[in-house]
Design a protein around this ligand. Structure first.
Ligand SMILES: Cc1cc2nc3c(=O)[nH]c(=O)nc-3n(C[C@H](O)[C@H](O)[C@H](O)COP(=O)(O)OP(=O)(O)OC[C@H]3O[C@@H](n4cnc5c(N)ncnc54)[C@H](O)[C@@H]3O)c2cc1C
Ligand code: SF4
Length: 587
């Protein structure tokens, strides 16, 4: 029988108030704040501002997702026309780039853009993979939920090793906002007291698997590196009315019980409940409207369906459209006063693009764990060996700056084993069940240095389906990333040796394509100096006081950890500042 579900309660509140078209009254009103984008960043800005009494108009380029239509976490392959393999011809035609993302498949392609509608260009020798989710909630429906705080090893990296710039904020300044975000959305994890990976306010951790426990003992004893369970935005206990995870392990397909963080189930309903959030979907923002005096007066957008051009007015504009999309809007906001776009008077806008490097696919099987006894399944996380090089402790490598972590998971490999086992009938079934192999995977993720020559500009010719100039993305990994990859590869091999893995797959020789990690950050970086940065320590554009950029565009460095928890903390902090300045009449 096909199970039936009701909508997550909080999303019900939200869906009932989304406008797919702006009303005449909305078009003539001047809002306190216009927020562009409804993902991780926009959700936090809207929640914090509306709860502080500020009226917010949120414009979102994509449509709302309806759980009963779009969520598929409890769908079985036999319920799908292509049995989970997807309509490859259609995917190849509509989503030739998106389909390369591991999370974009038969069940979840609806959360990813159509590549023809959303083109971008890059030099032939610098391929870039741009994965996007355009809908109310952005990429938070399909993200992997890995959530780590940054530390002063990231915020003050330049002071330690002399490369690049420090952030204008410290860990201590951001700490209360990390706590605020974590207490509200719920992050599970274990307290470890590591200076390079500060503990969050955790919900109880998920458990390491059997193979990971074996690996923990060996890795910690032999190398002195910690091996701990992932820190993840999945609820291991109920939080704020959201039930705990029931471990179906298909989070990239949506979640009927709202047990992992996504903005339409968590932050946006909180904003909606204040009565001060007005959310217009299908509104593709093209540029910020500027006055002759150099202040922002509102934004222009194109209706996604009718392609009609519209304008809305606001006293303050917050761009939270994701790192590269916010920068695209700024670059496209050209006026006589700002001929190169808003925030670009010093030609810094668009530069210092980063995305983590990865060395993928190392692994093998743990022969002693081959067994007929099934291990519990469904845990939506893995393990991590936190950064150990060029931080605290004895490991230093002078061949490169900064560092990397190892991660992966260990689990029984029933289905892969069944596919590769020859035979049929009872004998086949007995063989599959009696000798379940245990696989252990490990990959490395490293820091990408912020370089001026990794940048985006507007493509002079190419436009998207709404006539907005597309981005030209010019990015590649440099000497530092390649030197780091060598160290990653060496140590990854040593880990596989120490674990005595069999049937090994060595890690790939080459680094991933730039962008494939989907942690793109930078291009409108923060700083105290208006000559070398785009926004100040509160995400306010130096050149235009009433424009803010709150997403990952503001990142100065990226460390080797996932960015979204930090994006949310920074967004909450910026919202506090905006509310305070607005109250004082300073903006
Ligand atoms: C498969 C996958 C796995 C990931 N795993 C992790 C992970 O484990 N940990 C982690 O930290 N991060 C992860 N990420 C990255 C994470 O999703 C992003 O860092 C995060 O969503 C960024 O938040 P954001 O609000 O800046 O952007 P988004 O969540 O993308 O939201 C931006 C919103 O702005 C809208 N928008 C864009 N342009 C316009 C426009 N012109 N007008 C109006 N609206 C616009 C978009 O439609 C979207 O809704 C993953 C991403 C993917 C896809
Ligand atoms: S594993 Fe948990 S959080 Fe993920 S979809 Fe299933 S119930 Fe939701």
């Amino acid at each position: 029988m096909i199970p039936t579900f009701t909508l997550p309660l909080a999303m019900n509140d939200l869906l009932s108030m989304v406008h797919s078209r702006i009303t005449r009254a909305m078009a003539t009103k001047t809002y306190d704040v216009i927020v562009v984008g409804s993902g991780a960043s926009g959700g936090w800005v809207a929640k914090e501002l509306t709860e502080k009494g500020v009226e917010v108009l949120m414009l979102e380029a994509g449509p709302p997702r309806v759980p009963t239509r779009d969520f598929t976490e409890h769908i079985w392959p036999y319920q799908l026309k292509y049995r989970g393999f997807g309509n490859q011809k259609k995917l190849l035609v509509d989503q030739p780039v998106q389909r390369l993302c591991y999370a974009c498949d038969d069940y979840s392609h609806q959360f990813f853009v159509n590549d023809h509608e959303h083109p971008y260009t890059f030099p032939a020798d610098k391929p870039f993979m741009w994965i996007r989710g355009r809908q109310v909630g952005g990429k938070t429906f399909c993200w992997a939920r890995v959530s780590y705080r940054y530390s002063d090893f990231e915020f003050k990296a330049a002071s330690r090793d002399g490369y690049g710039q420090d952030w204008p904020i410290t860990y201590k300044e951001l700490e209360p906002y990390y706590e605020r975000v974590e207490n509200y959305i719920g992050i599970s994890g274990s307290y470890e007291g590591l200076p390079q990976l500060p503990d969050s306010r955790f919900l109880p951790p998920m458990r390491l698997s059997c193979g990971e426990l074996v690996a923990k003992e060996i890795v910690e004893k032999k190398f002195g590196w910690k091996l701990i369970v992932d820190r993840s935005a999945n609820l291991t206990v109920p939080v704020n009315g959201r039930p705990a995870c029931h471990y179906c392990d298909q989070c990239q397909r949506g979640c009927f019980t709202a047990s992992y963080f996504n903005s339409p189930s968590v932050t946006l309903p909180a904003a909606a409940r204040t009565g001060r959030l007005h959310l217009v979907s299908d509104a593709v923002v093209s540029h910020v409207i500027m006055t002759a005096e150099g202040k922002a007066a509102g934004v222009a957008y194109i209706d996604r369906s009718t392609k009609a051009a519209r304008e809305v007015r606001g006293k303050i504009i917050v761009l939270a459209a994701s790192a590269l999309e916010s920068t695209r809007i700024l670059l496209n906001s050209r006026s006589p006063r700002f001929p190169n776009g808003v925030g670009n008077s010093q030609s810094v806008l668009g530069h210092y693009l980063m995305d983590h490097t990865t060395l993928e696919q190392g692994g093998g099987t743990m022969a002693p764990l081959r067994s007929a006894v099934r291990e519990p399944v469904g845990r939506p996380c893995g393990y991590i060996i936190p950064k150990y090089v060029n931080t605290v402790g004895p490991y230093r490598n002078k061949n490169f700056l900064r560092g990397y972590y190892f991660a992966g998971d260990g689990r029984q490999e029933v289905y892969g084993h069944a596919f590769s086992t020859p035979g049929f009938g009872r004998e086949f079934r007995d063989k599959v069940r009696s000798q379940i192999p245990y696989s252990f995977n490990v990959y490395a993720q490293g820091e990408c240095l912020p370089r001026h020559d990794n940048y985006v500009t507007l493509d002079p010719e190419k436009k998207d389906a709404w006539g907005i100039p597309a981005l030209h993305i010019h990015a590649s990994y440099g000497e530092n990333e390649h030197a780091m990859a060598k160290a990653m590869r060496d140590h990854l091999g040593e880990i596989m040796d120490a674990l005595k893995l069999e049937d090994r797959t060595p890690p790939r020789d080459e680094l991933n394509i730039f962008g494939k990690n989907i942690h793109e950050c930078g291009t409108a970086r923060m700083g105290n100096d208006a000559n070398t940065s785009v926004v100040n320590a509160y995400n306010q554009v130096h050149d235009v006081k009433n424009v803010f950029v709150t997403d990952g565009a503001c990142f100065v460095t990226q460390g080797c950890s996932e960015p979204t928890l930090t994006i949310m903390a920074i967004s909450a902090r910026a919202a506090d500042y905006i509310a305070e300045q607005f109250r004082k009449g300073e903006l």
